[in-house]
Write a protein that binds this ligand. Structure first.
Ligand code: NAD
Length: 365
C-alpha cells in the first residue's frame, strides 16, 4: 500500500502530520512518500504541481493531501497559483467522484447552525461530479474585451455540458455507496430549466434501474438547498453535478458543526483516490498549533475504506475520533464550556491513544 503524502501550505503540514501519526499507529504496513504541492511546490520548483509530485501521485494507491493556498501567492498568474496544484491533480488522475460525508457527532450538535434535534445523528453523503459540467465546458470566454482582460467586455459565457458516460459513472458510484448505507439516492438537478440536467435525470433513472434495491428520487436544486437547511436527515446519498455539488456540499458542511471535522475523498475509476479535509489552508491560524486535525484524520479513514480496502481500520479510526470527542477533548474551533481545549498535536495524540485501546479490544475479541 503506497501513500503519497502531500501536506501543502498553511495548516496543511500540521494537520497531515497528525493523520500520518494515526496511520503509523495502526497494525498495518504502508509505504509513505512525501511530496511538495501548491505554494510549497511553487517555492521549491517554480510550479504548484512539480513533475516529481505528479509522478509519485500516479504510482501511489492513494494521496493524503493537506491544503493549498495563502495570501503570499495571491498575485501569481492563474496557472501558477497553488490551487492549480490540486485542480491539475484532479484532472490528470481523472478523479471524477468527490465524496463528502456530512456527519453530526452527538457531542457537537450545539456547534451546528441548526437546532440540535434537526442534526443529532445526521449522516449524509454528498457525491459531487468533479471533472465535468460548466466548470470544464467549452466554449467559454468573453466578447469584445482586450486579451486576458474583462474590463470593457460586453459579454462572458461558460458552457454547461455533460456526456452520458460522465453521468453514468458518477451514478454507479452513488448507487453502490447507497447499497452500503440506507439504500436511498437523491439525484439533484435543474431538469425543469436546463437541457443538460433533463438529460442528467434521464440517464440517472436508467442507471437507477440497475439497482432495484436502492430507492431513487429526483429533486430540483433549489428545493434541495431548502430541504438541506429545513430537514437534512431526510437524505442518505445525494448525487449531483459539479457546480450544484460545490454549493450544496458547503451548505451541508455547516450543518455538521465545524469545517474542521469534515473529510473528503476524490476517486477515479481504478479506486485511486485523493483524500483531504474539506477546509482550506487557514492562513489565519497556520503555525499556531491550534488547527483541528480531525477532518484530515477522518480523511485518512476514508482512504483506508475506499482505496486501500481496509474497512476495519477505517472503522477503528472513526471510533477513536468519537472516543476523544466523548472524552470532552476539543480544538479551539469546536470548543465550548465544560470541554477541554487541546492543540493540534494533543488531539492527534489522543486519537492514537484511543486507537490503541480500540485495536487491543478488537484483537482480544
Ligand atoms: P479556510 O477553510 O482555509 O478557512 C476558513 C475559516 O475556517 C478560517 O477562519 C480558518 O481558520 C477556519 N478553519 C479552516 N480549517 C480549520 C481547521 N482545521 N481547524 C480550525 N479552523 C479551521 O478557507 P479560506 O480562508 O477561504 O481560504 C484560505 C486559503 O485556503 C485560500 O488560499 C484558499 O484558496 C485555500 N483553499 C484551499 C482549499 C484546498 O486546498 N482544497 C480549499 C479551500 C480553500
Amino acid at each position: 500500500m503506497k501513500i503519497a503524502v502531500m501536506p501543502g501550505d498553511g495548516i496543511g503540514p500540521e494537520i497531515v502530520a497528525e493523520a500520518v501519526k494515526v496511520l503509523q499507529a495502526l497494525d498495518l504496513r504502508f509505504e509513505m512518500e512525501h511530496a511538495l504541492v501548491g505554494g510549497a511546490g511553487y517555492d521549491a520548483h517554480g510550479h504548484p504541481l512539480p513533475d516529481g509530485t505528479l509522478k509519485l501521485a500516479k504510482e501511489s494507491d492513494a494521496i493524503l493531501f493537506g491544503s493549498v493556498g495563502g495570501p503570499k501567492y495571491d498575485a501569481l498568474e492563474r496557472h501558477l497559483r497553488p490551487e492549480q496544484g490540486l485542480l491539475q491533480l484532479r484532472k490528470k488522475m481523472e478523479l471524477f467522484a468527490n465524496l463528502r460525508p456530512a456527519i453530526c457527532y452527538e457531542q457537537l450538535t450545539h456547534a451546528s447552525s441548526l437546532k440540535p434535534e434537526l442534526v443529532a445523528g445526521l449522516d449524509i453523503l454528498i457525491l459531487r461530479e468533479l471533472t465535468g459540467d460548466i466548470y470544464f465546458g467549452q466554449p467559454r470566454g468573453r466578447r469584445t474585451a482586450p486579451d486576458g482582460m474583462f474590463a470593457g467586455a460586453e459579454e462572458a459565457f461558460d458552457t454547461m455540458r455533460y456526456t452520458r458516460p460522465e453521468i453514468e459513472r458518477i451514478g454507479h458510484v452513488a448507487f453502490q455507496a447507497a447499497r452500503k448505507r440506507s439504500k436511498r439516492v437523491t439525484s439533484v438537478d435543474k431538469a425543469n430549466v436546463l437541457d443538460t440536467f433533463h438529460f442528467w435525470r434521464e440517464v440517472m433513472t436508467e442507471v437507477g434501474a440497475q439497482y432495484p434495491d436502492v430507492a431513487l428520487e429526483h429533486m430540483y436544486v433549489d428545493n434541495a438547498a431548502m430541504q438541506l437547511a429545513r430537514a437534512p436527515k431526510q437524505f442518505d446519498v445525494i448525487v449531483t453535478g459539479n457546480m450544484f455539488g460545490d454549493i450544496l456540499s458547503d451548505e451541508a458542511s455547516v450543518l455538521a458543526g465545524s469545517i474542521g471535522m469534515l473529510p473528503s475523498a476524490s476517486l477515479n475509476a481504478g479506486n485511486q483516490g485523493l483524500y483531504e479535509p474539506s477546509h482550506g489552508s487557514a492562513p489565519d491560524i497556520a503555525g499556531k498549533g491550534i488547527a483541528n486535525p480531525l477532518a484530515t484524520i477522518l480523511s485518512a479513514a476514508m482512504m483506508l475504506r475506499y482505496s486501500l480496502n481496509q474497512p476495519q481500520a477505517a472503522d477503528q479510526i472513526e471510533s477513536a475520533v468519537q472516543h476523544v470527542l466523548a472524552q470532552g477533548l476539543r480544538t479551539a474551533d469546536i470548543h465550548s464550556e465544560g470541554t477541554t481545549k487541546v492543540g493540534t498535536a494533543q488531539m492527534g495524540d489522543a486519537v492514537v491513544a484511543a486507537l490503541a485501546t480500540i485495536t487491543k479490544k478488537t484483537t482480544k475479541s
